[in-house]
Design a protein around this ligand. Sequence first.
Ligand SMILES: NC(=O)C1=CN([C@@H]2O[C@H](COP(=O)(O)OP(=O)(O)OC[C@H]3O[C@@H](n4cnc5c(N)ncnc54)[C@H](OP(=O)(O)O)[C@@H]3O)[C@@H](O)[C@H]2O)C=CC1
Ligand SMILES: O=C(O)CCC(=O)C(=O)O
Length: 483
Amino acid sequence: MSQQFNNFINGKWKASSSKEVIESYNPAKKSEVIGSVQKSTREELNEAVEGAKAAQKKWKKLAGAERGNYLFKVANIMEENLEDIAKTMTKEMGKSLPEAKGETNRGIAILRYYAGEGMRSDGDVIPATDPSALMYSKRVPIGVVGVITPWNFPVAIPIWKMAPALIYGNAVVLKPASEGSVTAAKVIECFDKANFPDGVINFVTGSGSVIGQGLAEHPDVNAITFTGSNAVGKNIGVIAAQKGGKYQLEMGGKNPIIVADDCDVDAAVAATLSGGLKSTGQKCTCSSRVIVQAGIYETFKEKLLEKAKQITVGDGMDADTWMGPCASESQFNTVKHYIEKGKEEGATLLLGGKEPTDEKLKDGYYIEPTIFDDVKTSMTIAQEEIFGPVLALMKVDTVEEAIHLANDVEFGLSASIYTSNIEHMLTFIDDMEAGLVRINAETAGVELQAPFGGMKASSSYSREQGQAAKEFFTTMKTVFIKG
Ligand SMILES: NC(=O)C1=CN([C@@H]2O[C@H](COP(=O)(O)OP(=O)(O)OC[C@H]3O[C@@H](n4cnc5c(N)ncnc54)[C@H](OP(=O)(O)O)[C@@H]3O)[C@@H](O)[C@H]2O)C=CC1
Ligand SMILES: O=C(O)CCC(=O)C(=O)O
């Protein structure tokens, strides 16, 4: 039976006064409702922000180690509920169960990483010009942080934003993507069970244009952290800048993988498929442009096709599924639109491009692994983020040409090269306009202890995760003491 979740405001689970809910459907079985959340009003959002503002004043006074203990507790509770959270994720947005378990484990590891932060240095002593004075910098919280998250990582992304916000002494209001809200509610249940003081964590569901926009506009929300599409992200940036708030935006990618003549071809093929098609291509770090040097092009293409044909598409809950459905009807339609565009604009469809014919898959938003050949950089499928299982092959003569092509998009999130040549590696590291540059590794594969973020239109140049998160979730006080 599908579960209904309320908002979590000021330490209480409450239904919305709208008396309306948003239902979440299983993309592998279109008619199966897996749960519902509240379609909240601005009044409920205001209540959450008010509660957060009051709670933050006490929360910031706790010792960092004490705040850390709360995060350790949530991590333990999540570990006990891992199976249920991961299954909910698979049913709500379609990624395969092993991937969903991996993501939930990652959420747990992030909680523990930031829990430890509560006992680490929060400033520096700086020599004052007056030798009898003590001068130091001290990191302090910002206040209330608004967290707006997407559906593609409904556990890891809310946690990698909330955990650092909380450990550094902020209170949080989370507005998750409607299509990932049931999974997010299960994460918030774990926070609730850890008995955080009322108001420190709030969860308000509803439409992006009402609750998301309302959070960004709210005068008492001091900082907003967002992951999602460029259109929404840019709007949030403008709103935050106008009201004088801090903002952090992680948006799309159009990530290239360069395959040089001198690489290990089998490894490059494996990385292209894993980086491009895992999670059905719905990661901002997914590879979508495969830029291959002429000398190896035919061999690479042949091996890629052979392996891609072996991919098993199906319900993420089935043990033999490698690739699940698109997360929603709108994603499914977007991907089909881009496949048509690719054909219209003259790319050669090598593989897939349609819904699987298997009767078992008729009831889901499935699309076959799709590979285009002869893709030119001017084509839409080489420029726009598809967020689906679609790879675009592009041929180049030299690695320099490959890097030039790789940079010829508005995005700059992640990029990878397969080569055994140290000069190619160094040129790539220097010249690639991307926040993550990966050598002989796929474009996806974010590590929680390292900075994460993009260049160009992929982000607001701020960085998330690892120690970099401190920069966004705190501000600085310079203290001067003279006896
Ligand atoms: N970089 C990434 O990781 C992601 C990129 N994308 C890209 O974006 C495309 C569209 O996906 P979509 O889910 O629609 O992404 P959106 O940017 O629309 O949604 C991301 C989050 O923003 C919220 N939101 C929507 N409108 C507003 C608004 N006006 N003000 C504030 N918040 C808002 C959403 O709420 P609600 O769900 O209620 O609309 C959701 O919580 C994808 O096809 C993909 O290309 C998407 C997800 C993640
Ligand atoms: O690749 C990853 O693990 C994270 C990707 C991501 O942040 C995203 O798709 O939003």
